[in-house]
Design a protein around this ligand. Structure first.
Ligand code: G3H
Ligand code: 13P
Ligand code: ZN
Length: 324
């Protein structure tokens, strides 16, 4: 299904739909198992990296298989959307629409404002013919990779959102209020340090900007990218078993819970699942150096991801029981 009905209910109900990225079978199994057990609607996201890693055709049929798997698990009416994450060209979005995706993102956030509108509008006009919903992005997310520091100048400008949403025709809007992608969301100099644990305490998200946007576009679906929390227990397990992830830090879950209760109705989580997977694999391999059957470490990794996804659904997003 597309996101229209999912978002309408989420906005009304004060919760957010989980948007989980998947790149492999174990991740997809874990997502579906967690959603079937909690009866949560879900958006399965395919990034460019995932397409390169696993092949777009295979991922699309895996998603179709996931619907059958969900029913086999006893979820009578699964609510599953297959979504292109960070599409960067019209041609890529078109190929996903033609190929059976139910939702696409066109990320024109790095383009000049007018070009972002024009590109988004072109995708919307094509996608809507097939009842495929379109997510757009306005504002720049900070990233360690591109050296953009999270600062106000990159936040979404509330004064632009009405014009952007109206002229582009997008169905939902990803905004920038201080989140960023990956496991190092804030530089140590942007944080304070907890004197007891020595861990970084990140700065709060710009809830004032979110409130302004919500006031301008009441009831319009808002999306938060870069919403992993980087659970410190996984970072500790990784570091204790041969890894090296100093000062990895994410968005605290209480802030995401607060965002989910507002106009934010899609929350993107990828890195946390990577951390859960890696922590479990490192632990098994450190404890059993002779193990060479991938099922013996991918299995525990899958179990850990189920736990993580259920925790997010129930404790952070509040989407459990919304797809009975
Ligand atoms: O938005 C970024 C997602 O976490 C996907 O990352 O391109 O490495 O798959 P990726
Ligand atoms: P994280 O890196 O915080 O998991 O964000 C994922 C994301 O935004 C995918 O589009
Ligand atoms: Zn993203």
């Amino acid at each position: 299904m597309n996101t229209r009905e999912m978002f309408a209910k989420a906005v009304d109900g004060g919760y957010a739909i989980p948007a989980f990225n998947f790149n492999n079978m174990e991740q997809l199994q874990a997502i579906i198992k967690a959603c079937a057990e909690t009866k949560s609607p879900v958006i399965l996201q395919v990034s460019s990296g995932a397409r390169k890693y696993a092949n777009q055709t295979l991922l699309r049929y895996m998603a179709e298989g996931a619907v059958a798997y969900a029913k086999e698990l006893g979820w009578e009416h699964p609510q599953i959307c297959l979504h292109l994450d960070h599409g960067d060209t019209f041609e890529l979005c078109k190929s996903c629409v033609d190929f059976g995706f139910s939702s696409v993102m066109i990320d024109g956030s790095s383009l000049p404002y007018e070009e972002n509108i024009a590109l988004t509008k072109k995708v919307v006009e094509y996608a809507h013919q097939f009842d495929v919903t379109v997510e757009a992005e306005l504002g720049v997310l900070a990233g360690v990779e591109d050296d953009v520091v999270a600062e106000e100048s990159h936040y979404t400008k509330p004064e632009e959102v009405i014009d952007f949403a109206t002229r582009s025709g997008c169905d939902s809007l990803a905004i920038s209020i201080g989140t960023s992608h990956g496991a190092y969301k804030f530089k140590p100099e942007q944080c304070t340090r907890d004197p007891q644990t020595g861990r970084l305490v990140p700065p709060p998200l710009a809830f004032d900007v979110l409130a302004e946007i919500e006031k301008k576009l009441p009831g319009f679906p808002i999306v938060l990218h870069g919403s992993s929390s980087v659970p410190q227990e996984y970072v500790d397990i990784i570091n204790a078993n041969g890894g090296n992830m100093p000062d990895a830090v994410g968005v605290p879950e209480d802030q995401l819970r607060k965002a989910a209760k507002s106009a934010v109705c899609k929350i993107n989580i990828d890195s946390d699942s990577r951390l859960a997977f890696t922590a479990a694999v490192r632990k098994v391999l450190a404890e059993k150096p002779g193990e060479f059957d991938p099922r013996k470490y991918c299995g525990p990794a899958r179990d850990e991801m189920v736990k993580l996804y259920k925790h997010k659904i129930i404790e952070v997003l509040g989407s459990d029981g919304k797809a009975e």
